[in-house]
Unconditional design. Structure first.
Length: 248
């Protein structure tokens, strides 16, 4: 019985609209009893938020199945020294950090943590750069530069801070293999018995490849057949959409 890690956008949903067949795919995986993680780089929503989002589109999934880059970031930081963080992000990220025992502060933080927020401003950039220059470690939830309609995402928010202080953040989210290992630890799974389903060669499939997972690319999202030859690695399987997957 394989563990299944599945992306959301481009695999299950387009924005909040169901991709036809993805509901049957997820419900079949649950009925079969495969351990399931629905994994997203998006750090702004909690598991409950995501459960509601998918439920509104007709995909019924237990809240415990969702795992986000905010959760993985908190897990990563629990393995580091220090317990104070200056955070640029929304409530879902700070919630996970509080749960992990961190103090959210702008007084001598051990970490500067960047997620995503629409309230990003000059003062945040200034403080973050000052703290990093003074020795705070720079952590970001994910490297995505933009979302739908070119909305700024975490990587874009990190860019000016990086340019000012000359330090790159450690990105927890895909394509980092850290988020894959963290998600597997969350369900007590192992890479040699896990398949990842994603729509993006440079995030989902690369993360799976680097973590030693079996990979399935669906061409219902970002990457199309013509994009495969642009990369030095290959997915194990390719399908038009999640509803067509017949290897799990």
């Amino acid at each position: 019985m394989k563990n299944v890690i599945c992306d959301i956008d481009g695999v299950l949903l387009h924005d909040n609209r169901l991709i036809p067949g993805s509901d049957q795919f997820i419900h079949r995986i649950l009925d079969q009893g495969n351990p399931l993680v629905i994994l997203t780089n998006y750090p702004v929503q909690t598991g409950k938020d995501l459960q509601n989002r998918l439920g509104a589109a007709g995909i019924k999934v237990p809240e415990a199945c969702f795992y986000t880059s905010a959760m993985a970031t908190a897990d990563f930081l629990k393995h580091q020294t220090g317990d104070k963080a200056y955070v640029i992000g929304e409530g879902a990220l700070t919630h996970e950090l509080y749960k992990a025992g961190f103090t959210i502060t702008d007084i001598n933080p051990d970490f500067v943590i960047v997620g995503e927020t629409r309230s990003y401003n000059w003062e945040m950039i200034h403080k973050a750069a000052q703290f990093i220059a003074a020795g705070a470690r720079f952590i970001a939830t994910n490297p995505d530069t933009h979302g739908p309609a070119h909305s700024p995402a975490c990587g874009a928010l990190c860019a000016p801070i990086e340019r000012i202080c000359g330090r790159r953040p450690f990105y927890v989210g895909k394509p980092s293999s850290w988020i894959i290992r963290s998600a597997l630890n969350h369900i007590g799974g192992h890479s040699d018995n896990t398949v990842i389903v994603g729509d993006n060669m440079r995030t989902d499939i690369l993360a799976g490849f680097q973590a030693g997972l079996e990979t399935i690319l669906v061409t219902s999202g970002v990457s199309q057949l013509g994009d495969i030859d642009k990369e030095p690695f290959r997915p194990n399987h390719i399908f038009d959409c999640a509803g067509d997957i017949d290897v799990i």
